[in-house]
Design a protein around this ligand. Structure first.
Ligand code: SF4
Ligand code: SF4
Length: 493
């Protein structure tokens, strides 16, 4: 006998709660709703209450209503999914995964489902089904490649996101993500890697020294500059792990002369809310907006990070609905335009290794950034090769949707989720793989290591940094050289 079975009366109550959800308003915390005090021994009830509250306060119902009616269960989507291709398991067919949640919706939140349940019992939401959803939704990388194949337009990435969102409301969410977002939203450093401001300043000064030694020109990381054209938010982990990417970006700004800045009030572009919770997504977006306004910046500029760019570009206008949200652009767009306008000088053919480009799903799937990096790379990489498929049809690195942050599932990521990508890299024979996304870089480095592939993973601006040329040093640069000073004077510091 199941211990967590829900009675008809309780199901009816859950159904009714769509209109009148049992929610505790936490306006003072800036949270629109929050289901709390559920009994952890009765997860199905907590799940349904959370589901009801989300349906009440969002427009997911419209999408679910459509998806739950049109699914043809034709399995066209299976061919697109790198997880299914690696395992061949029925449970990994995108449609099978989505049906787990759509069935709950049909059964508990539609009149038909409710009536059916009253006539013939069964099909209740159980703990076992919640466990299956939890495992399944975190097996998906939310790459949305399958959506391209579905003749009915079903977006499994969206369903995966909603499933994770509901699960997170009842406390089912990977620990790594909770720890990171808690530090970002409530911790003293206000970022996911817990980098304090003094460490940030030390790192940037160190990089400025390096750049001065290597390029013989003064290249700065301006901090807290008011009225800048661009307020820069990289994935904060770049300050710890992607020095060359950051140096490439600073060098591009040195060449264009545009006014940019990093704000010390908030400097993390990462938004794990995109992977599992709209409430987190909204709070992170608002932090970016507040910091940009504090500095009176004109635009939000996101670094080499796919999900950070997509979340800011599409959700800043949504969550900052006072119509004053700043425009958002990704650093590749900025650099590409500067290059096309002739503001950046790049030595041709400076990179001699065999180079390929990996499309981060969050930049390419919606055809946002595909050709720009390729055009630039081809101009200075002697031996550029293309991986197939690519662009909007790209194969996910295997660590998308936040799964790359979960170290416990590294073997899964590098043998199942990333298997097709590993095959693709091997086939291309590339020695250097350019991946302009912090998450992709981490996953791809682990992938090539675990799969024994001899390939270096770098950012786009890492190579631009190697190839960029500056005119003869300016007087200020020469002065710095003769003084033996390496640290550029930072504006506003
Ligand atoms: S391709 Fe679309 S309709 Fe066909 S099984 Fe997949 S989700 Fe369902
Ligand atoms: S979003 Fe990606 S990983 Fe998830 S089911 Fe679709 S193709 Fe597979």
């Amino acid at each position: 006998m199941r211990t967590n079975q829900i009675t008809d009366e309780e199901r009816l109550k859950a159904f009714k709660s769509v209109k009148k959800p049992e929610v505790i308003d936490k306006q003072k915390l800036g949270v629109r709703y929050h289901v709390e005090d559920f009994d952890v021994n009765d997860r199905p009830r907590g799940f349904l209450e959370a589901f009801a509250a989300i349906l009440k306060h969002s427009n997911y119902r419209m999408v679910l209503e459509h998806f739950s009616r049109v699914s043809a269960r034709c399995s066209h989507c299976a061919v697109a999914c790198q997880v299914y291709q690696a395992t061949g398991r029925r449970e990994d067919i995108p449609c099978y995964r989505s049906e787990l949640l759509l069935n709950v919706y049909r059964r508990h939140f539609t009149l038909g489902g409710l009536l059916k349940g009253r006539i013939a019992s069964g099909d209740y939401l159980t703990d076992e089904k919640i466990r299956e959803m939890a495992e399944s939704f975190w097996n998906c990388t939310a790459c949305r490649r399958c959506a391209l194949e579905c003749p009915m337009g079903i977006d499994h990435g969206l369903i995966t996101h909603l499933g994770r969102y509901i699960l997170s409301e009842i406390g089912i969410v990977p620990r790594a993500l909770v720890v990171s977002t808690r530090e970002q939203l409530e911790g003293p450093t206000r970022n996911t890697s817990a980098v304090p401001v003094p460490a940030l300043k030390d790192t940037l000064e160190f990089l400025e020294d390096d750049m001065f030694e290597e390029k013989s020109v003064k290249i700065s990381f301006p901090l807290d500059v008011q009225n800048a054209d661009y307020v820069f938010f990289p994935a904060v982990s770049d300050f710890l792990m992607e020095a060359e990417t950051l140096m490439g970006i600073a060098a591009v700004f040195r060449a264009t002369g545009d006014k940019w800045t990093i704000g010390t009030g908030y400097y993390d572009g990462i938004n794990y809310g995109l992977f599992y919770s709209d409430r987190i997504l909204e709070r992170v977006i608002k932090n970016i907006d507040v910091e940009t306004k504090r500095l009176n910046g004109k635009s939000v500029l996101i670094g080499e990070c796919g999900h950070a760019s997509r979340s800011a570009k599409y959700f800043l206008p949504t969550f900052c609905c006072d119509k004053t949200a700043s425009p958002v652009l990704n650093i590749i767009e900025y650099t590409y335009k500067a290059w096309k306008d002739g503001k950046i000088k790049i030595k041709p053919d400076v990179i001699t290794e065999k180079v390929a480009y990996h499309d981060p799903c969050n930049l390419a799937r919606q055809r946002w950034i595909i050709n720009q990096p390729r055009e630039m790379l081809k101009s200075f990489c002697k031996n550029y090769v293309e991986m197939t498929p690519s662009g909007e049809n790209n194969i996910c690195c295997g660590g998308g949707g936040g799964t790359v942050s979960i170290d416990e599932i590294r073997p899964y990521r590098t043998t199942v989720g990333g298997k097709l990508k590993a095959d693709q890299i091997r086939k291309s024979g590339c020695e250097v793989l350019v991946a302009p996304c912090a998450n992709c870089k981490k996953q791809l480095r682990e992938l090539v290591e675990d799969q024994g592939i001899n390939c270096q993973i770098v950012g786009l601006h890492d190579l631009i940094y190697k190839a960029i040329e500056f005119d003869v040093p300016q007087p200020a640069d020469t002065e710095e050289l003769s003084n033996g000073k390496g640290v550029a004077q930072k504006e506003g510091k």
